[in-house]
Design a protein around this ligand. Structure first.
Ligand SMILES: Cc1cc2nc3c(=O)[nH]c(=O)nc-3n(C[C@H](O)[C@H](O)[C@H](O)COP(=O)(O)OP(=O)(O)OC[C@H]3O[C@@H](n4cnc5c(N)ncnc54)[C@H](O)[C@@H]3O)c2cc1C
Length: 592
């Protein structure tokens, strides 16, 4: 049975609580793996945050808000929401306008699955083959992991009547889902389509990114599609790891998960044989130990998993010694190899409505609310939208330096370089309904960042260097993508809706140097950072866990979250995070 504890257990100031398995971090991967393991083990989940419905209300439940939550702002002066977000701000990024970037991460039961923008799709056949090769384990090829993708998700086809959008036809391959498995995560389409997006989709199709007939979940990520989202179609609400996996396990009344809310793990403990025995935890200022008879699973996410490893004596020996932390396992890769995908927008005025147009006045909002409550439809049910992926065409690659061409040639042939997203928002400018945005996201970053610790205390946030644009190949690729975005904006398919010249960066920006400067000054995170505790072959420099997610050099400790995926999967990662949790849960259950 699902249980929540909000205070420290027992009355003493220092207690022991023993479970078979302790999962640190009740986020996307953490709740998925805990729920599966609870079939036969007693599992404790230690989560630093609370319950998002209480702490963030509709914002993290109603799909529309997923796209506009204010605390997702990326500048240093973003509106803070400490009940939901870790308030992480990077060090200045010298190759990106020297900006410090606020990088939102969910601090709540459900983790980042409770604040993400819900797009759901999978990586490419070639990218998973790369994963398998990097970790020397062919059980990571697409064919072999497909059963875990299927096990984790249930798809519901779009409700065409409610969507009421003949120009936004959904195409996907139903054979790569299997609803008979009752996968906890709900995948469906919003019952509303932003008119701006269906217009801008045409511009991307007009420049050669044709509509994919199979969508993006069958191992091909190319061309355009209306992407499905992690929305539960029953009430048109967010499907997070909490609302899906954790509710699923309690419904099935399995052995049970005990969740410790507002509880921060501060140090993983080891016995003399370097076996993980549990973790120290602090709840509302009280310190105690939660012990694990079998194993500890660390699922604290891309920034906090490496932090906790280092605080516990696992990491680069030099870093540990700087902070007087005893070395348990000297692993140079902990906190290194940070991959991140960044994007920029090119904005133009357009004269078609956007979703916000329908929510502009209190009367409109009241109508929309009724549509949402009575019919799970209307603007509040909107999420996801139109995504388009491509490898840049030969004419655009022709400008690449030999080095950049060579860096890009190292990616598998089916790995797209750029993702384009079409969106729009109210303009606030007289006689102009909408500011349309076409963004380009870099999916083949060569720059790498890192995470380290500020001190030996969990109270100090990790130090994050995103490494943005430090490799010139990334700037060159994004300059080429910028030109593709302008080509889309200039396509005759949308000439009739344009209202005035380019708003951002503006028609004066034409040289490669100026375009690059614009990109450096405006690049933003799409929040897909990964790979800071990379999975790899035993003995390979930089590898932190093996292909079963076991940490090298110690026993009884695995890391299962987006930090171990050895690269940023092309596109949006949550499906792969859930897949990994399912795969490792299977592994653990088989070994019990
Ligand atoms: C704003 C945003 C939008 C995104 N949009 C999309 C999208 O549309 N599609 C998509 O596929 N992906 C998207 N992503 C990415 C995706 O959501 C993440 O990659 C994924 O959720 C990461 O899962 P995780 O398990 O690695 O970490 P998380 O889900 O972040 O879980 C980590 C958990 O550990 C907890 N924790 C950390 N440290 C401690 C500690 N010391 N003690 C106890 N608990 C701790 C945290 O509070 C959190 O609950 C988005 C991410 C963000 C932030």
């Amino acid at each position: 049975q699902e249980q929540f504890r909000t205070g420290a257990p027992g009355n003493a100031s220092y207690d022991y609580v023993v479970n078979q398995i302790v999962v640190i971090g009740g986020g996307t991967a953490g709740l998925a793996i805990a729920s599966r393991l609870a079939v036969s083990a007693s599992v404790a989940v230690i989560e630093a945050g609370g319950l998002y419905k209480q702490d963030n209300g509709n914002q993290s439940v109603v799909p529309y808000y997923g796209l506009v939550m204010p605390f997702l702002g990326t500048t240093e002066d973003y509106p803070r929401q400490p009940l939901m977000d870790w308030d992480l701000v990077s060090v200045p990024q010298p190759s990106a306008g020297n900006r410090r970037i606020h990088y939102a991460q969910g601090k709540t039961l459900g983790g980042s699955s409770a604040i993400n923008t819900m797009a759901y799709h999978r990586g490419t056949v070639g990218s998973y083959q790369r994963w398998a090769d990097l970790v020397d384990d062919q059980s990571y090829t697409f064919d072999k992991i497909l059963p875990y993708f299927k096990k984790s998700s249930t798809i519901t086809r779009p409700d065409v009547q409610k969507r009421n959008a003949p120009n936004a036809t959904v195409l996907y391959d139903p054979t790569v889902f299997d609803n008979s498995l009752h996968g906890p995560l709900q995948v469906s389409w919003g019952n509303w389509v932003d008119p701006t997006q269906s217009w801008l989709a045409r511009s991307l199709q007009a420049i050669g990114q044709t509509l994919s007939s199979s969508g993006f979940s069958s191992g091909k990520v190319s061309g355009g599609a209306w992407v499905p989202t992690t929305i539960d179609p029953k009430g048109a609400t967010r499907s997070s790891s909490k609302s899906s996996y954790l509710s699923f396990v309690s419904e099935k009344n399995k052995a049970g998960v005990t969740v410790y809310l507002h509880s921060q793990a501060s140090k993983i403990l080891f016995d003399k044989d370097k076996r993980a025995t549990g973790t120290t935890v602090s709840t509302e200022g009280r310190e105690y130990v939660i012990s694990a008879k079998e194993e500890v699973v660390l699922s604290a996410g891309v920034f906090h998993s490496p932090q906790l490893l280092m605080l516990s004596g696992i990491g680069p020996a030099a870093t540990l010694s700087t902070h007087s932390i005893g070395v348990v396992s000297d692993l140079s890769g902990v906190g290194q190899n940070l991959w991140d995908q960044i994007f920029f927008n090119v904005l133009r005025g357009i004269n078609v409505p956007n979703t916000g147009t329908y929510l502009a006045t209190p009367t409109q909002q009241a109508v929309a609310l009724q549509q949402y409550f009575n019919n799970t439809a209307g603007p509040y049910s909107s999420a996801g939208g139109y995504l388009s992926f491509e490898r840049l065409p030969p004419k655009d690659r022709a400008a690449f330096s030999p080095r950049t061409a060579s860096m890009l040639s190292k990616f598998p042939a089916d790995w797209p370089e750029i993702e384009y997203i079409a969106s729009g928002f109210p303009s606030g400018i007289a006689n102009l309904t909408t500011i349309g945005a076409i963004s380009a996201t870099l999916l083949t970053p060569s720059s790498r960042g890192n995470v380290t610790i500020r001190s030996a205390s969990i109270a100090d946030a990790p130090v994050i260097d995103l490494g943005w644009l430090t490799d010139p190949a990334d700037g060159e690729t994004l300059v080429a993508a910028f030109k593709r975005v302008r080509e889309a904006w200039k396509s005759p398919a949308i000439a009739g809706i344009l209202g005035g010249p380019e708003i951002l960066p503006g028609d004066a920006i034409t040289s490669d140097a100026d375009i690059l400067k614009f990109i450096q000054e405006s690049a933003r995170p799409i929040w897909h950072a990964s790979s800071t505790c990379a999975m790899g072959k035993a003995g390979k420099v930089g590898a932190v866990v093996d292909s079963k997610a076991r940490v090298f050099g110690v026993k009884g400790l695995r890391v299962v979250d987006n930090s171990v995926i050895p690269f940023s999967v092309p596109g949006h990662p949550q499906s792969s995070v859930y897949m990994l949790a399912e795969k490792i849960a299977d592994e653990i259950l088989k070994g019990r």
